[in-house]
Design a protein around this ligand. Sequence first.
Ligand code: SF4
Length: 199
Amino acid sequence: MDIQKIAKNFASRGFLFNYFETVEEANEYIASLIPENATVGFGGSVTVKEMNLTDALNGRTLLHRDLVKDVEPAILMDKMHYADWYVSSANALCVTGDIVNIDGRGNRVGEIVNGPKNILIVCGVNKITEDIASGIERTRNVASPPNCVRLNKKTPCAVTGKCSYCNSPDTICRATVILHHPTTGKQVHIVLVNKKLGY
Ligand code: SF4
C-alpha cells in the first residue's frame, strides 16, 4: 500500500487526508479537530464503535443512535442534518481518490453529500481498493454481507456471504454514491488508520 500516493490523490481532489499508525493517534487528532462546543452526528458505523470514537469525543453534543435513546430515530436524523459535523466510515477508499458508499435508507450518503459543512470519514486500511470498480465490488461482496447479518436482514448474502444483486425487500444496497470531490462548500476530512476496522 502506497500511502503517499493515496494521500496525494485524495489531496488533489480537495479532501483533507490524514494517516495514522494507531487508533489512539487517530482519536487524539480527531479530538483536536472537532471543537468541544460542536454538535456531531454519526452514521451507523462499526468502525466508529471499534475505535471508541464517541468516548474520544466526550464533551461534544453527540447525536449517535446508541447514545440518544429518548429521541425518535427520524427526529434524531433531522438533528444530524443540522449538526456542525457528520462522522461516518466508508465502504471503500479508492487509491484513485474516490470514496464509495452503499446505503439502504440513504441518510448516511445523503449527509455526506448534502449534510453538515464538516464531514469526517474514518477508515481502516482494509477499506482501501485500487479503483472505483474494485470499490463497488468491495461494497457488494465484502461490506454488505456482514452488514446484512449485523442488521438481521433477510437477504441472500446474509446466508451465502456473496452478493447476488438481489431484489430483496430487505436489501441494503439501494444507493451507491461515489464522491469524487467534496461537494461544494464542504470540508471532507479523511482519517485512515493502519488497522483493520469495520467491514
Ligand atoms: S444486493 Fe442483496 S445480495 Fe447483494 S449485497 Fe446487497 S443485500 Fe446482499
